[in-house]
Ligand binder design. Structure first.
Ligand code: HEM
Length: 158
């Protein structure tokens, strides 16, 4: 008889225990759970691998541009470390990462350079080469190019 009563009350006791545990979870533990929220879709920045991965792609990309006879003359007088920093910032910010782009706007930057569609496509090709080299999946490549593409009218002026 005693055993039957105990079993009947077990689910209720378990529920009370669970509720009590949840109520007593320390606030910082709840905070950590929130940060690890598996229901939130990772940003493009996260899927690209964060800042170290973006910096590596930008490094390789700028090296491709420097070796690319179709467009390297445009960069002959450029401050390359500054350009790399600004490109990394720009990609990070566009991909919803924790960065603020501190460079000039695309129209002002490229004004008077006489950049054509061919030049633009050559640069995109150099970027895709680096994305492929670092095995960035097609989905993420397309998303990134989709964010940079709309800048084209401000860059291509000839
Ligand atoms: C989606 C395409 C492009 C993006 C996102 C982009 C982005 C940038 C950024 C962020 C900067 C630095 C801005 C600053 O100096 O404050 C920059 C500078 C520059 N860009 Fe582009 N760019 C693109 C296409 C091109 C193309 C096609 C060319 C030429 C073939 C080009 C030539 C340059 C040059 C020469 C500079 C350096 C300017 C300087 O040293 O003062 N860019 N670009």
């Amino acid at each position: 008889m005693f055993a039957i009563v105990t079993h009947r009350w077990l689910p209720f006791a378990a529920a009370v225990l669970l509720a009590a545990c949840a109520a007593h979870s320390p606030p910082d533990a709840m905070g950590k759970m929130d940060k690890m929220d598996k229901t939130k879709a990772p940003t493009l920045y996260e899927r690209l691998g964060g800042q170290p991965a973006i910096d590596a792609v930008v490094d390789d990309f700028v090296a491709n541009v420097a070796a690319d006879q179709r467009i390297n003359r445009f960069f002959a007088n450029s401050n390359i470390p500054r350009l790399k920093r600004l490109l990394s910032e720009q990609i990070c910010a566009a991909a919803a990462g924790p960065c603020t782009y501190t460079g000039r706007d695309m129209k002002t930057t490229h004004a008077g350079m006489g950049i054509t569609e061919r030049h633009f496509n050559a640069l995109v090709e150099d970027l895709v080469k680096s994305l492929d080299k670092y095995k960035v999946p097609q989905k993420e490549q397309q998303e990134l190019l989709g964010l940079l593409g709309p800048m084209k009218p401000d860059i291509v002026t000839r």
